[in-house]
Design a protein around this ligand. Structure first.
Ligand SMILES: Nc1nc2c(ncn2[C@@H]2O[C@H](COP(=O)(O)OP(=O)(O)O)[C@@H](O)[C@H]2O)c(=O)[nH]1
Ligand SMILES: [Mg+2]
Length: 196
């Protein structure tokens, strides 16, 4: 089983824990417990019928005092999901500070995705998708963004699937012999011995 670490970051109450709960356990709670420090979950995801990868998903507490933990936890991460709340403008202003930490402490080739949350709250929306996309490219935060709702489940699976697809694209190659996927760092398939 191929294992990868992904880290969620973003201001308090943007919906990090809720996104993980929807993705991992298919549940949603209107009232959630504040994440103290760092929480952790594992989940397998199938990228196509051939590859199943195991995601170790790290949930960071959003308060400033926990921001100090990110440098330590982002090390060795394959992807960082940076969340803002589409119903709270302040949270997108906070994205920059999280991206800066990721850029400083993560490996250079880390996959970064910006995620807008709570799109079920249509009447409360303060940031349009277009505004977020513009900010994202102007500030050079990352290449990809997606909007989600942990309440309805909209785009939640897709948010993680996009990351998983990108992980596969960057890290694995398909063996011309057996058809299995193996690390791009290897010159010989570790399943059947076929050389690249
Ligand atoms: N309506 C709605 N509420 C959400 C959504 N995601 C999270 N929430 C609510 O926002 C609050 C904070 O969520 P939480 O996951 O604890 O945020 P965290 O601090 O980033 O982990 C909770 O009351 C959640 O129920 C969503 O997609 N839609
Ligand atoms: Mg939380």
């Amino acid at each position: 089983m191929l294992k990868y670490k992904i880290v969620l970051a973003g201001a308090k109450d943007v919906g990090k824990s809720s996104l993980i709960a929807r993705f991992c356990d298919d549940v949603f709670h209107e009232r959630t417990m504040e994440t103290i420090g760092v929480a952790f979950k594992r989940k397998n995801i199938n990228v196509n019928d051939k590859i199943s990868i195991n995601l170790a998903i790290w949930d960071m507490g959003g308060e400033d005092k926990y921001k100090a933990l990110l440098p330590q936890y982002i090390k060795g991460a394959t992807a960082a999901l940076i969340l803002y709340d589409t119903t709270n403008k302040e949270t997108i202003d906070d994205v920059n500070s999280w991206v800066e930490i990721v850029n400083e402490y993560a490996s250079e080739d880390i996959i970064k995705v910006l995620i807008g949350t709570k799109i079920d709250l249509k009447d409360k929306r303060e940031i349009t998708k277009m505004e977020a996309e513009e900010l994202c490219s102007k500030q050079n935060w990352c290449a990809e963004m997606i909007e989600t709702s942990a309440k309805t489940g909209e785009n939640v699976e897709d948010a993680f699937l996009n990351v998983a697809n990108e992980i596969v694209k960057r890290n694995l190659q398909k063996c011309t012999g057996c058809g299995d996927y193996f690390s791009i760092k290897l010159k010989i398939c570790n399943y059947c011995g076929q050389s690249v």
